[in-house]
Design a binder for this molecule. Structure first.
Ligand code: ZN
Length: 434
């Protein structure tokens, strides 16, 4: 089998991998490089062409792929760094798209945003059921704990052995809203031929804490706010439905009305509601800018009656929190207003600068900031060790970052008895035959 690393191996983002056997092949993920999108283009890329975006480094460069040979494009989960490039790249492929229900639900909204009508079919695959793609490949999803609904480890059954594409994952035995990581689901696949291993935090020791710890942190912060009369604002990743659930549940205990403000929040939450994954019936969810402004006007007159949950956790330009801070909305920050950041700043130069700028403004208004109320959705070294021991791969390919970032997991593998012949650190554009 042959791996071609199209994107996500020289940077954190724009994940895309091609696997081929003979003249058949399958594409895994088609993601955006978010820093390029958020910063250079201020999020507005809809009018740009495929070629312009490739040149900017915002989407993977798939020019080397013989599109006719591709039998399917498989999306493992709905984060934009895994599906966001599809509306720009997919039209050159004639094959179908595969994903779980939530992943396809979000993917469809991306195609709708661009008003794209493609001939390709969206085919939902339920967990633990196999789909025969072509002579050499059958695909299957195994429920994986991560930080988005319906996340999957993609398993490709081939005539030459199984490929486990675990990009992204964490091992969470006590998650919120979704079922726990189940060792048996993975050990029964062992031994696999190849494991593609999300190694974004391969440089961090121990195990990633469970989402239930983030829930406890939120509980503590909300309990301290009991009796507070100031404005309370919470910001987190729009796609993190389990986190939003915790925020809503502890927010309710303060007796305030909860409102979700922001276009991406609206998108991710509405798809989850349609699939009956959450019940946010008592939450107002507003996506359009003029309606958000109208709501903020109302809130500013009754600041102690609401909890605002909004976009802007990374200080992104155009997000609701940044527009509020920059006085582009009818809401005015006052001293002792509270902003909870239920996130971690993504470690890219652009994001760090954006967050510093936002925090600078909030500090200038004497806003109380509560930061890092968060645990990661990506596995650390402890998670990598568990997954390797369960799947017993012959080969391990480290993914989701440049060589320097991912190399920590090489140490994990070497300690488990692997050698550099079987642990692969690669870069975009490389080809690996196994
Ligand atoms: Zn992800």
């Amino acid at each position: 089998m042959k791996f071609e690393f199209i994107g996500g191996y020289s940077e954190v983002g724009k994940n895309m991998t091609l696997v081929s056997i003979g003249d058949e092949s399958v594409v895994l993920d088609m993601g955006l490089y978010l820093p390029a999108v958020v910063n250079h283009l201020e999020g507005n890329i809809n009018k740009m062409s495929r070629d312009e975006l490739i040149k900017l480094g915002a989407i993977p460069d798939d020019n080397s792929i013989d599109k006719k040979s591709v039998n399917g494009i498989v999306f493992g989960h709905a984060h934009l760094d895994h599906i966001g490039a599809a509306p720009y790249l997919a039209k050159k492929y004639r094959c179908d798209f595969f994903g779980t229900a939530y992943t396809l639900g979000i993917l469809k909204t991306l195609f709708d945003d661009k008003k794209l009508r493609l001939r390709n079919r969206f085919i939902e695959i339920k967990f633990d059921s196999k789909y025969r793609l072509c002579g050499n490949f059958s695909i299957e999803f195994r429920h994986m704990t991560h930080s988005i609904m319906d996340a999957a480890m993609t398993v490709i059954h081939t005539s030459e052995g199984k490929i486990a594409y675990s990009n992204d994952y964490k091992i969470d035995y006590k998650p919120v809203l979704v079922s726990a990581f189940d060792n048996n689901l993975f050990s029964e696949l062992a031994p696999v031929k190849v494991l593609v291993l999300d190694s974004l935090y391969g440089d961090v020791q121990n195990k990633t804490p469970s989402e239930s710890e983030a829930r406890e942190m939120l509980k503590r912060e909300f309990s301290k706010l009991s009796g507070n009369r100031n404005a309370i604002i919470v910001t987190t990743f729009a796609s993190h439905i389990p986190r939003l659930k915790s925020i809503v549940e502890y927010g309710r205990t303060l007796g305030r009305k909860i409102v979700f403000l922001g276009r991406s929040l609206h998108k991710y939450v509405e798809v989850a509601k349609e699939l009956n994954m959450v019940d946010f019936a008592d939450v107002d969810i507003i996506g359009y800018r003029n309606l958000i402004n109208k709501k903020l006007k109302e809130i500013s007159k009754n600041r102690d009656k609401y909890i605002i949950v909004c976009t802007g956790n990374q200080g992104e330009k155009g997000s609701v929190l940044v527009r509020m801070a920059e006085d582009e909305t009818p809401f005015e920050f006052r001293g002792d207003d509270v902003v909870i950041f239920s996130c971690r700043t993504i470690p890219t130069i652009e994001t760090i600068e954006n967050r510093e700028r936002l925090e600078g403004i909030l500090k200038g208004r004497n806003v109380q900031m509560i930061k890092d109320v968060h645990v990661s959705g990506h596995g650390h070294q402890g998670d990598a060790r568990i997954l390797i021991e369960l799947l017993k791969p012959e080969h391990i390919i480290l993914s989701h970052g440049p060589p320097d970032k991912v190399k920590g997991n090489r140490e994990v593998a070497l300690k488990l008895g692997y050698t550099d012949r079987n642990v692969h650190i690669v870069q975009d554009g490389e080809i690996l035959e196994i």
